[in-house]
Design a protein around this ligand. Sequence first.
Ligand SMILES: NCc1[nH]cc(CCC(=O)O)c1CC(=O)O
Length: 299
Amino acid sequence: MKLRIGTRKSTLALWQANKVADALHQQGIDSELVEIESFGDKVQDIPLNKLGDKGVFTKALDDALLAGEIDLAVHSLKDVPTVLPEGLKLTAVLERGNPADALVRPAQPKKMDTRVIATGSIRRTAFWKNRFPEDEVVGLRGNVPTRLDKVDSNEWYGGIFAAAGLERIGYEDRISEVLHWMIPAPSQGIVGIVTADEIEFENELAKIDHKESHICGAIERAFLNELEAGCSSPVGAHAYIKNEMLYFVGAVLSLDGSRRLDVEQEILLGEASADKGTTWAKMLKSEGAEEILEQAENG
Ligand SMILES: NCc1[nH]cc(CCC(=O)O)c1CC(=O)O
């Protein structure tokens, strides 16, 4: 059996696909990479939240799975819509990397009067404006190396990146500050494996599935899904496990960061299931989360 692993072509995507290939190899399973370009990769000049939101990075790989051209698709799980197309499922995830967001300062920072922060993410924008209302936020798109170049060549205070993305492709030393106060995107730092519903290599994938990362990701995605928010919504969620306990923080913000609802929970690991994310999102809904998100959609 030689499994065909579908992946996007960016350095980060290839790193993640190779990581899955290595994990399969350790289970004695051969694989090969099949590189596929996504719509989100082709169109680099339009802000992500204007691209039609759901699945801009995943659709081409979904189609290849459904057409039987590949056996599994490897994604940054945070780019995968919470509801997958009919016939596909999230089968396994790798052990989570760094879930945090990070600030990258220009290689040669300049003195400036007002701070301009670059990010293409409305979640990062909202969290930044919530903490630093005086700062200006400007758009930033492209793959990781492209965005790093833009941070260096513009008169910005810095840009915001996923720490995992930087660490994976050798830019760890560009992290100026880990933004521990910013709640990460649901499933940030998790590599996910999507397959067809019915597969012959279910047992093999179960062996490389990291159960703790899987349950944390599932809770965060259920939280996001209940809020009917996509990967480009001002929603943060982070679950983590320590000493047989599962801890969760989640938040919904208005685009300008002026309004914010938070939820913080801890439960026994034995009681953890994806529907906890749904329950915790409902708590924020009862406090008016939907109104805040609607505002973000129209804003
Ligand atoms: N939105 C693009 C994207 N999708 C996944 C990652 C990084 C890896 C991860 O979060 O798992 C990134 C880069 C970034 O947000 O800076």
